[in-house]
Unconditional design. Structure first.
Length: 337
């Protein structure tokens, strides 16, 4: 009898948050702030997510997307951490590379990543480098042999499109001139098409969607991938690891680019958000990514889906703060010269 009563008690307790969440979210609007401009990978993923997320949240709130571009998504991250009300109605999507930036002491970071309420990650990212055929950089050999530094577009320190290039400069010795300050990869893409820069390095998961026309026409060429093994879409593209000559160079690529790809496209609530609402959104996030209608849209839009849940994201973030101090010091000299 005691066991039966205990089971009934547990079921009643477990049912309270769901009911409370439903009452709270009914008739409300959940706002997702994207730290990048429209047309980029962050925006594309978030708008696809937003079209289906509301169905999986108790109370079925309306879900809207707002763009708050700047500093490679840092503006949105800082705003959500410092300004947004922690009521479960404001979520942010920003680049998790700024978590490493916090550890390195990157100026401008106004948050403590350990205090965000992490909701999850829709897909692990893999950095590749692409250039326009018009630039003349159609292979990594052409890049390496360039007589003048190749102009590569970037979105500011602490973001993957810039940090990845800085690490490749050091680890592989590629002649590169970083042209920074673009609001997002969509702007880098437009700059490359216009001939302002030769190309850029960022997540294949975004690039293959938003630079599709150039890739299909052959006007854009992938020359290098900073992945552990070749991506299925790019079986013949050289690996940055194969060009690295020392153990330190390979360690820099693994930590500074590959491991960062796991926590790049993060979604989070501000600190202090009620735990029941955090849990409700974590469950809704994973349910949306498994939703057949969302999956069909993702396939059509060529969006990869390889989710990481909120609890696992929280653990990955905590692990970053336990990295080898010597390697962190070396990364600091590269990323914060």
């Amino acid at each position: 009898m005691r066991a039966v009563l205990f089971l009934i008690f547990c079921l009643l307790v477990a049912s309270v948050p769901a009911g409370a969440d439903e009452a709270f979210y009914r008739g409300k609007t959940l706002r997702i702030i994207v730290g990048a401009p429209p047309g980029g990978g962050y925006d594309t993923y978030t708008r696809a997510l937003a079209r289906h997320l509301g169905r999986h949240i108790p109370g079925a709130p309306t879900v809207v997307v707002d763009n708050m571009a700047g500093a490679g998504t840092l503006v949105a991250a800082n705003h959500t951490y410092r300004v947004a009300r922690p009521d479960g109605l404001t979520m942010v999507n920003f680049s998790g590379t700024f978590i490493l930036g916090q550890i390195l002491g990157l100026p401008g970071i106004e948050f403590d990543a350990r205090k965000f309420e992490w909701i999850g990650i829709p897909a692990k990212d893999h950095v590749v480098c692409a250039f326009t055929r018009a630039s003349g950089i159609t292979s990594v050999e052409a890049w390496m042999a360039a007589k003048t530094p190749v102009k590569v577009g970037a979105t500011g320190r602490g973001s993957a499109p810039e940090d990845s290039v800085r690490i490749l400069q050091t680890a592989v010795g590629l002649p590169t001139k970083i042209v920074s300050g673009y609001k997002g990869t969509a702007d880098v893409r437009l700059a490359a098409d216009a001939g302002e820069v030769a190309g850029g390095c960022w997540q294949w998961e975004s690039m293959k969607v938003n630079w599709r026309s150039g890739l299909d026409s052959g006007d854009v060429v992938i020359v290098l991938q900073a992945t552990a093994t070749p991506l299925p879409d790019l079986p013949k593209v050289p690996l940055a690891l194969s060009l690295a000559k020392t153990d330190e160079a390979r360690a820099l690529i693994r930590l500074g680019i590959q491991e960062q790809g796991t926590v790049t496209r993060v979604y989070a609530f501000p600190p202090g958000t009620p735990k029941d609402r955090v849990q409700a959104l974590r469950q809704a996030f994973l349910a949306t990514l498994a939703d057949s209608e969302f999956r069909a849209e993702a396939v059509k839009a060529k969006l990869d889906v390889d989710p990481v849940g909120g609890e696992e994201t929280e653990r990955l973030v905590a692990d970053l703060f336990k990295l080898d101090p010597a390697l962190i010091a070396r990364l600091r000299t590269i990323l914060l010269p």
